[in-house]
Design a binder for this molecule. Sequence first.
Ligand code: GLN
Ligand code: ZN
Length: 763
Amino acid sequence: MSLVHNLGFPRIGARRELKFALESYWKGESSRDALTAQGLALRTRHWAEQAGLDLVPVGDFSFYDQVLDMSFTLGNLPERVQGFHGDALDNYFRVARGRSAAGADDHVACCGGVAAGEMTKWFDTNYHYIVPEFTAATGFKLDASRLLDQLAEAKAQGVNAKPVIIGPVTYLWLGKSKDGSDKLALLPRLLAVYAELLEALAGQGGQWVQVDEPVLVTELDDDWRHALTHAYHELKSSRVKILLATYFGTLGDNLYLAGKLPVAGIHLDAINARGEVDALLGHLSSHKVLSLGVVNGRNIWKTDLEGALEWLEPLHERLGDRLWIAPSCSLLHVPVDLDGEQKLDADVKSWLAFALQKLDELKVLGTALHRGRDAVKAELAANRAALASRRGSPRVNNPAVKEALGKLDASLGRRRSAYAERAAKQSARLKLPAYPTTTIGSFPQTAEIRHARSEFKAGRLDGAGYRDAMRTEIERSVREQEMLGLDVLVHGEAERNDMVEYFGEQLEGYAFSQLGWVQSYGSRCVKPPILFGDIRRPKAMTVEWIQYAQSLTQKPMKGMLTGPVTILNWSFVRDDQPRSVSCRQLALAMREEVLDLEKAGVRVIQIDEAALREGLPLRKSQWKEYLGWAVEAFRITANGVEDETQIHTHMCYSEFNDIIASIAEMDADVITIETSRSDMELLDAFDSFKYPNEIGPGVYDIHSPNIPTPEHIVALMRKAAERIPAERLWVNPDCGLKTRQWEEVIPALANMVAAARTLRKAA
Ligand code: GLN
Ligand code: ZN
């Protein structure tokens, strides 16, 4: 019989219970007991919901982050928080979130402030983990209490528990050496603690432990590959059976290595790596379990159950008990329960599966393998009907969109003239001073804005009333910018709840869930829109707002759009066509918007690509392909305009070294980027590449309430001018200002404008 199991369950709660419990505790509005009780309630509920599985993950619950949990389990805390006394949970949050020296905290008096751990993306997902920190002196010390406590809870509930931990090599790989020392030198010390941990888990009577080593789907050099071999040979004498879990991609060059590791079983992401199943089986000795991730843990679509059975059945015949099935990866990356959705269009809803529905699919597959398809006839028929309805839906397949896509040719992505020629025409038209000043788009989302929006959504404010409220805010932004003396103005994005949702709501082919939250980091969740069908723009989306804003001023008003790559990367996307095709459809729709803005007399158009970098594949060998279609999509969107129209783009991150050639290929007239925290050093990448167009390096960090001084801004811009010719520099903040207060924005921008004036005088 084939065993059905799960790799991990979303812990935030179907109604984001954990988020609210955490935030209330952090604000001091509820007790630690209330928080830990909520944690227990969620674990209990989630285990009950997984009760039909043969093995249920335990230890996947986390109050903040599973990597940080592992750091605590291994006793690897940054030096700056060691020696804190007091409650363990509070210390945990201290590492997760930091604490300012002025904060209202018992420990400030004795222990002072502490910087939060650095956060970074978990492989190619939108989840962010707290980066483990290492030095040559790092030591480890086991604290298995979290896992053992949860195992005891699970046992009391009668759960078939399978503890889940992050493997030693992935743990090292995820961390950062703070002193430049070799992380791999720590492996022997680390393995000693892992051996102890496995022993502690064996003491709980469980047979299997899931050890996650997703590094196996990345490109590894010989040292890292050797580390894997070494690690699992060291751990092989443990009394537990190790299920080595890989996910998020193919094993590629690591396939033989993975197949030969001395573990009891291996999990393969059969959504991404189905083509590797046979080869992997060829390397597995006959006692090893092969767990296949056959339900996609990264998207929200129903699985083609009969399609899966077609290839699983013969495998099952061959492998019998050795074949296990599971989701491709932890279900952390999908929302909890589709049944909670009240407003989703019935058609679209019938095509979807969230975490609970995905587990149901697995159970159906397990039963079919075990007892034959007839035992789940009704379920298979319903699944077949849903898939057919999706495939045949005119909302999914719109021939007109396909036709437009077919007509695309390269000329669509090319500006009429080269940058130098365009720049001369733009400067004659815009008549901007040296060091022109601008902002990235949004102004504070005030309480008035949020109130008007929620009244409008609730139906208590009509369309006209809402429009008036937004116009009032736009007018306020324009007046403030004129008073400040900025050169290129923005309307402030008052009418936008979110830079992707705003456009998704106006495009055909998008649906929105009410409760489809996915954890991004800590208590923060995102609700990605669902791109389900061919994309069409029924009418202009931004033109009226921008026109209104332009009518209030003589200064150039920037039209603000989100780019196709960012819209794609922040959505749940289709699995029935390549990402590149969905992206090109978005590009065509956004191009129409660009051209409509131009027709309406808008002279400067900014197309944000905040998430372009996020879409980079895990393996560098695949970057070229992604960057190729991503850049092309941007060019299709942007480059249909006349020479006189100035195209801006914005990216909010600070790593450009390895993608600078693609950024240059986008050929935006102006790019604004995040730089203030890197002291302009990141401009080196632009300098050494000889980036040809204009750049606005952010001069202050919008994440902080600090007001930058004019002197500081002048100094930063002088550094910038050492790398980029001054006549190609703009002066702007790092990113949009929507999370700030007007009281912070006005003095900060006043200082920015003053700095630009100083720079002009000195020039
Ligand atoms: N135009 C957007 C804003 O100003 C850009 C946000 C972003 O880059 N994340 O808010
Ligand atoms: Zn930004």
